[in-house]
Design a protein around this ligand. Structure first.
Ligand SMILES: [Ca+2]
Ligand SMILES: [Ca+2]
Length: 369
């Protein structure tokens, strides 16, 4: 750590460990001194501080009893005298102005000129006629509490045992707590015990359905489910298909049919045609169970064998179309129409387009011949 070296030769002894002074350290040119807080005096070692016992010096200025304290002292008076405003002399009590007449709570002037103490509600006057002591209301009749009385300074509270709570209309009384709360006009008669009306046997007098209501159905009185649209049955487990499922299809969700493998569609009315694998050849149709239905002239599992000759077929595809032609003609032209010019126009004509489609077919000999 860096430190600035002052030009003067003085060393600040207070900078380290407070100059070993117990209270205050004062640095001076070439030296230092320890000082003590008010009520203390320096000891012979010049560093430590010790309490001054003021009571040993003219009784600390007290008219009666003096009690020494660390750093000070206090004066005390024998009953029924009170300390005066300067906290040193003891005087007779003649008014409520001095220290509230010595009263804890309420001071009033007595008939004979002396003062009279009294206490606020919930407190009672001590035998010293000044101090106010708390009244323990729970000692007599348990404070009027139905279950538990709790005393505190100036008052008391009623509380309830576990499973009960204070009644709103009368905090001295207790009522049982039911969790969950009793619904449907049920009455909580003991902790977590509802007295339920008929038809509501569930927790907290709720309706109870067995089997439970599925698909968002509401459980009503007497084990009845109120089902949402699209569902019906005891526990709302049965789906409703407004259009019935055909061909052995099952209604599995609202308006949803689950079809057998050979039918499809909303109501399972469309037969499913599955192509044969491998495919049938020579135009053969695919029959049930992946079998090919071979046309005349073919055989084999896939109708791949030809049993009759194949002949070429030619089909004429001739058709007539309209087509535009450009043709020239001579016309008069020029400023006075005296010149001759060649002009062009589009003329429509019907033409024939000739085409052929070449195909093949299996031609078996005529059996009748
Ligand atoms: Ca003292
Ligand atoms: Ca009390």
């Amino acid at each position: 750590m860096m430190s600035l070296v002052s030009l003067a030769s003085d060393v600040n002894e207070c900078a380290q460990d407070n100059g070993l002074c117990e209270h205050d350290c004062t640095n001076q040119p070439g030296t230092f001194s320890c000082r003590c807080n008010t009520g203390y005096t320096i000891t012979a070692d010049g560093h430590n501080c010790t309490d001054i016992d003021e009571c040993k010096l003219q009784n600390g200025g007290c008219s009666h009893e003096c009690r020494n304290t660390a750093g000070g002292h206090t004066c005390h008076c024998p009953f029924p005298l009170l300390l005066d405003q300067r906290n040193s002399s003891c005087v007779n009590v003649t008014s409520c102005a001095l220290r509230n007449g010595g009263c804890d709570h309420i001071c009033s002037l007595g008939a004979e000129g002396g003062v009279h103490c009294s206490c606020r509600a919930g407190w009672e006057l001590n035998a010293d006629h000044r101090t106010c002591d708390d009244v323990d209301e729970c000692v007599s009749f348990s404070g009027g509490c139905e279950q538990v009385c709790v005393n505190h300074a100036g008052g008391f509270n009623c509380s309830c045992r576990s499973g009960f709570e204070s009644r709103k209309d009368d905090p001295t009384k207790c009522q049982p707590v039911c969790e969950p709360v009793c619904q449907n006009s049920g009455v909580c008669v003991a902790p977590n015990t509802c007295d339920c009306p008929a038809g509501y046997p569930g927790p907290g007098c709720s309706a109870m359905c067995s089997p439970p209501c599925a698909h968002g159905g509401s459980c009503m009185r007497w084990n009845v489910c109120l089902c949402p649209p699209g569902w019906t049955g005891d526990g709302c487990h049965t789906a409703v298909c407004e259009l019935p499922c055909g061909n052995g299809g099952r209604c599995v969700a609202p308006n949803t049919c689950q079809c057998p493998s050979d039918y499809s569609g909303l109501q399972c009315l469309t037969p499913v045609t599955t192509p044969c694998v491998p495919p049938c050849q020579h135009g053969a149709a695919c029959g049930p169970l992946n079998t090919c239905v071979c046309p005349t002239g073919t055989s084999g599992i896939r109708c791949e064998k030809l049993t009759c000759p194949v002949v070429t077929t030619v089909v004429s595809m001739a058709r007539a179309v309209r087509k535009g032609f450009r043709e020239s003609y001579v016309d008069r032209c020029g400023p006075l129409g005296v010149q001759l010019c060649t002009k062009y126009r589009i003329n429509q004509a019907r033409v024939y387009l000739q085409a052929y489609r070449v195909g093949y077919k299996i031609q078996c000999p005529d059996k009748t011949r």
